[in-house]
Write a protein that binds this ligand. Sequence first.
Ligand code: HEC
Ligand code: HEC
Ligand code: HEC
Ligand code: HEC
Ligand code: HEC
Length: 208
Amino acid sequence: MSTASTRGTRRSPLARHLGTLMFLAGLIGALAFGWIVFPPLMYSSTEQPIQFNHKIHMGEAGMACADCHPFRDDGTFAGLPTTAQCAECHEEPIGDSPLEKAFIDEYVRKGREVEWLVYSRQPMNAYFSHVAHVTVGKLTCEECHGDHGATETIPPYQVNRISGYSRAVGGAATAGRALLPTEVMRMDTCSDCHEKHGRRSPCLECHK
Ligand code: HEC
Ligand code: HEC
Ligand code: HEC
Ligand code: HEC
Ligand code: HEC
């Protein structure tokens, strides 16, 4: 009898906080689902065919962005470099990096192109031109791509399982680690900057 009543008084503070505790447990569960469990369910991840180190090429090799990503003589943007461009330096190994050896064995010697996955790739219904932004608009690469040109490694390419869009395009808001503004290339990114430049773009300027 006395034991029971003692237990009763001991239990009551817990009972009073039980509601709060259950709420917190539920909240933590929901956050864990949203930040840890949900993103992997939402996005499928693919490694790039091979790693690439921008920093070594900008630093040690002393190259400029335009050496690999030039505007052609007719003004159009060439985009990603071909294996032949890389082979101008990597016909034979320069150093003793295993990554360089793998690149030479798998791509240079076999004459194959690397099928790079483009993080900022836009859907078919959105029109984008580097010429308008870089050559005419005088914007820097970094204003849109952040520090990609200074990175030592490249992350896996993530695709939204439902829309099929790259994570950089399809879904910054829900994903585990919030993406930096410069890692994102969504409609808002385009429109916000257009507005900042005093440009009121009608839908059909971008959706042709
Ligand atoms: C030696 C050649 C080389 C040089 C020099 C170079 N790049 Fe690259 N760049 C690549 C290759 C290869 C890729 C594909 C792999 C990757 O995503 O990093 C790439 C990819 C990119 C992408 C990825 C676009 C996307 O959305 O997937 C950006 C942005 C980029 N480069 C910007 C730059 C900038 C800015 C510079 C100068 C600061 C630069 N690059 C210099 C070879 C080069
Ligand atoms: C102008 C010459 C030049 C060009 C063109 C060039 N590279 Fe390099 N690359 C270098 C130098 C220099 C190094 C550093 C070599 C060393 O010290 O190990 C290097 C290193 C590398 C490495 C090893 C990186 C590491 O982290 O170990 C890889 C892989 C590589 N390059 C791939 C490429 C690819 C792919 C391209 C074409 C998109 C390319 N390179 C174009 C000069 C060049
Ligand atoms: C106004 C924003 C903006 C600027 C400035 C910009 N880019 Fe891009 N970049 C994009 C977008 C958007 C894409 C995706 C294009 C697509 O899917 O059609 C892209 C794609 C790329 C790609 C992938 C290959 C391709 O052509 O799709 C490379 C490489 C690249 N950019 C490099 C650069 C470099 C180097 C600079 C500076 C000279 C630069 N970009 C400036 C927005 C920009
Ligand atoms: C960092 C700023 C910035 C971002 C981000 C940006 N733009 Fe622009 N855009 C501009 C500016 C500035 C101009 C006007 C260039 C000029 O004519 O001087 C422009 C012009 C344009 C034009 C008209 C020129 C043409 O090619 O017909 C289109 C279309 C366009 N942008 C589409 C896009 C799309 C799509 C995106 C997103 C994927 C985007 N822009 C992202 C700044 C930006
Ligand atoms: C400055 C360029 C720009 C303007 C202006 C613009 N859009 Fe977009 N829009 C995009 C880009 C880039 C995407 C793809 C990236 C994304 O989904 O955020 C997109 C995506 C969309 C989508 C999703 C399509 C899909 O495949 O999932 C719809 C719907 C859309 N836009 C409608 C509109 C309408 C309606 C307007 C006019 C009120 C408009 N957009 C104006 C650039 C633009």
